[in-house]
Design a protein around this ligand. Structure first.
Ligand code: ADP
Ligand code: MG
Length: 643
């Protein structure tokens, strides 16, 4: 059977001429049916044997052409396709002069292949629809003039003019103007987003209103859209464990069936006194009904549909294996910032020391944080700019993960971070700073950050990351989807973390963690409660993500790191997408197993019937092909899955 979506391209390898398969394959199926009709007619009128034979041969040719081509291509790569069993059975039928039955076999078999190809094409088209989101030509401003360029020729630094209704052709930042962007194609989020100067827009999103100029930041081949497409097609090619197992199984099984049928044909007539021709015919029925076509396609039909469905909802599975893993997850650990809370904490207090102005404090903080990717840093920068502070580049910058930042300019080092940043660097905390830290902490002002430049303590800023309004509700959905334990991991202080944990009804809160602690705890959770998923923003959680059975990166549209680090990437900044992904993975696993059990059961029943009461070849073929089609259709249901 055409078991794998690449079959058609594979089978073209080595042929100097190419047909339009999409046209010829169904045509050949129809011709096979006509051949069978003509054959029956000739039989009825008692036509000359030569005429009958030529009709038989033509019917066999059109019925078997595509299967034989696929088998030869597979043999060149030293693999056996189960299709071989069907072709052997048809040849065997011809040998015992059961041409018509052999032709019916070829007809049903090739019809089922066409239907399967059509079905599998649908899942692949769901992906290539993404490709069509990118316009082919772009209007670019060059030397004061507007010119049309193919998208591949636009380089970073070019300025693209976007009109209302245009799709964004390349990733970039808005130079002039503002507008509403429909990002649903990338993120699955249907609400348009308002964007203004300086903000990032992504290729494939739709500019609904406003004329704007966009500064291109990435070439076409590196846009977020291009990478999503690359990732999803890789994911479809990468096989899940069940599927690799079935692929190997296919080889041995096919050889096993051929061997068993050969023994059956050789020994049964002598042992049980059955006429040779009748027994040979039964052998051909056995070849047909025992071939595991339905089994082989049972897994890819389901996984490809699920991956395509997920991509449309802004959830990227980087392979079928990750669907399998996610379906087994018992525990989900969240990195607090950016997942349970918004990725943009609010600045709540700016408290300079005596002799320092608020602007001086903010300018130093923003300059030191400028190159940090941490959500805290981005919020501080945005806040300082909103206060009219002009932020400059530092000369040197280093992020001390889970603690804070250190940056140098004009010969002096600036440190911004939690108290442990200072103890880590051997800087003693003066009593008044410690007192300030404790007081703000007690008042629940959020995350308290201390700032020091050279040997001068500049003051304190506090940032509060607010929980997402729907966090509690979305965590309930996770529990409904079968997650038994929800855990929060954070480098923030325990007071902030515990309060949030209580409000959201989280089972376990671990605060004050360094990245290596997060990694250790993820491992412990796995040993204690079973398979654990880690949800992070993918920026500073890479080690913990790597330690989890399933790693999920959130809000990845526009951040490169997040796209790379995790097994499962949520383009949208929405906790609900996790419950959707868990639900989808469980349903996929259920359908995979339904398919496997059903396919095996049909084989067993048909084999037993053939060996006991006997089954006519056409009936065996109907049972066999019917089960294959049912399995594919069952998998396709996942294309329509709603979260
Ligand atoms: P989370 O677990 O919330 O993702 P992190 O492990 O990233 O937190 O950081 C832990 C703590 O380290 C923060 O709460 C903050 O006090 C400090 N910190 C981390 N990065 C920075 C930064 N760029 N600027 C200031 N403080 C930081
Ligand atoms: Mg974090």
């Amino acid at each position: 059977m055409s078991t794998y979506p690449q079959t058609r391209t594979e089978s073209r390898v080595g042929w100097s001429f190419t047909f339009n398969d999409a046209l010829f394959e169904p045509l050949f199926v129809a011709l096979t049916l006509i051949g069978i009709g003509v054959d029956l007619l000739l039989g009825r009128v008692g036509a000359a044997p030569a005429a009958q034979l030529s009709v038989h041969l033509i019917t066999y040719f059109v019925g078997g052409f595509y299967a034989v081509r696929a088998i030869i291509a597979a043999l060149r790569e030293r693999t056996i396709k189960v299709d071989l069993l069907m072709i052997l059975a048809a040849m065997g039928a011809a040998y015992v002069d059961a041409w018509t039955e052999g032709a019916i076999l070829l007809f049903l078999f090739s019809l089922s292949n066409v239907l399967q190809n059509y079905a599998m094409d649908r899942t692949r088209r769901a992906i290539s629809a993404l490709l069509e989101l990118r316009p082919d030509t772009v209007t670019v401003r060059r030397d004061e003039a507007l010119i049309e360029l193919p998208v591949e020729e636009v380089v970073p630094g070019d300025v693209v003019a976007l009109r209302p209704g245009d799709r964004v052709p390349l990733d970039g930042t808005i130079l002039r103007g503002s507008g509403n962007f429909d990002e649903s194609a990338l993120t699955g989020e249907s609400m348009p987003v308002q964007k203004g100067e300086g903000m990032l827009v992504l290729a494939g999103t739709l500019n609904q209103s406003g004329a704007l100029d966009v500064l291109v930041t990435k070439p076409a081949s590196e846009s977020t859209l291009a990478r999503i497409i690359g990732m999803v097609s890789d994911a479809q090619a990468r096989k899940a464990r069940t599927q690799s197992f079935l692929d190997r199984f296919e080889q041995w099984y096919a050889l096993g069936v051929i061997g068993a049928v050969a023994l059956f044909i050789a020994f049964v007539p002598a042992l049980f006194h059955v006429p040779f021709a009748q027994n040979f015919y039964n052998g051909m029925v056995l070849l047909t009904v025992a071939s595991p076509c339905a089994l082989v396609i049972s897994v890819p039909a389901a996984l490809l549909s699920a991956i395509a469905n997920a991509a449309r909802h802004g959830v990227l599975f980087k392979g079928g294996a990750h669907l399998e893993e996610l379906s087994r997850i018992k525990v989900i650990a969240f990195d607090k910032t950016g997942t349970l809370t918004h990725a943009h904490p609010e600045v709540t207090d700016v408290l300079p020391r005596p002799g320092v102005t608020a602007d001086e404090l903010l300018a130093a903080v923003a300059r030191a944080e400028m190159q940090s990717e941490h959500p805290i840093a981005r919020s501080l920068m945005a806040y300082a700019e909103a206060q009219g502070v002009v932020v400059q580049e530092p000369e040197q910058f280093e992020a001390v993960t889970g603690m804070g930042v250190r940056a140098t300019w004009d010969g002096e080092e600036t440190l911004i971070g939690a108290p442990r940043l200072f103890s880590h660097l051997g800087v003693a905390l003066p009593n008044e700073m410690q007192a300030e830290f404790d007081r703000l902490g007690d008042e629940g002002r959020g995350t308290v950050l201390l700032a020091r430049r050279g040997t001068t303590w500049l003051g304190v800023v506090t940032v509060m990351d607010r929980e997402r309004a729907d966090a509690a509700e979305k965590l309930t959905l996770l529990r409904k989807a079968g997650i038994e334990r929800i855990v929060m991991l954070t480098g923030d202080n325990a007071r902030v973390a515990d309060a949030l944990g209580r409000r959201l009804g989280i089972d376990e809160v671990h605060a004050g963690l360094l990245p290596e602690d997060k990694l250790r705890i993820v491992g412990e959770l796995g040993r204690k409660y079973g398979p654990t998923a880690m949800v992070g923003d993918g920026i500073n959680d890479a080690p913990a993500l790597a330690a989890a059975s399933s790693s999920i990166a959130m809000g990845a549209a526009g951040t490169d790191a997040a796209l790379e680090t995790a097994d499962i990437v949520l383009m949208r900044d929405d906790l609900g997408a996790i419950a959707y992904a868990v639900g989808l993975s469980k349903r996929t696993q259920r359908i995979v197993w339904q398919n496997i059990v059903f396919a095996l059961a049909v084989v067993v029943v048909l084999v037993v019937l053939t060996l006991t009461i006997g089954v006519p070849l056409p009936l065996g073929v109907v049972g066999h092909e019917g089960s294959t089609i049912l399995v594919v259709l069952n998998g396709l249901r996942l294309l329509a899955h709603r979260g």
